[in-house]
Design a protein around this ligand. Structure first.
Ligand SMILES: [Ca+2]
Ligand SMILES: [Ca+2]
Ligand SMILES: [Ca+2]
Length: 135
């Protein structure tokens, strides 16, 4: 299942070369460290432990700690992901939507429990932001 979804994500990655840069950090809803329906979540640990959860885009992880683990930055530390948002999410290696170091395109429902291998690449400990891209 994981492999199939990862392959799907990368099959579409080439078609979004011009990734829309959405305005990040809406921040209207507080993060609580619980990955719930409608949220996009990254996790510091493999197998989805230590969640950082969002309902909006955030292209700058350097000012985010894991809500239940203060002092542990989200930036360059995610090891698994779960997209529970109804829209596609693009996860960036770079801050402010920079795709230079790569990105992952994740349809709604996308799960990867170990970012050390996702779609043939190592995306462990590099994610620095995401955009939620609704049609
Ligand atoms: Ca939550
Ligand atoms: Ca942020
Ligand atoms: Ca990074």
């Amino acid at each position: 299942m994981k492999r199939i979804m990862a392959r799907l994500a990368f099959a579409t990655a080439g078609m979004v070369a011009a990734v829309p840069l959405l305005a990040g950090t809406a921040g209207a809803v507080a993060q609580d460290g619980n990955c719930e329906d409608l949220e996009f979540c990254v996790f510091r640990q493999i197998d989805r432990d230590w969640a950082a959860d969002w309902k909006a885009s955030d292209t700058y992880y350097a000012n985010n700690d894991y809500p239940l683990h203060p002092g542990y930055t989200v930036n360059n530390s995610a090891s698994s992901v779960w997209n529970r948002n109804p829209c596609r999410v693009v996860l960036y290696n770079g801050i402010n939507g920079d795709t230079t170091g790569g990105w992952i395109n994740m349809p709604s429902g996308f799960v990867d429990n170990d970012l050390r291998e996702v779609g043939g690449i190592d995306f462990n400990n590099v994610a620095s932001g995401h955009s939620i891209a609704c049609p």
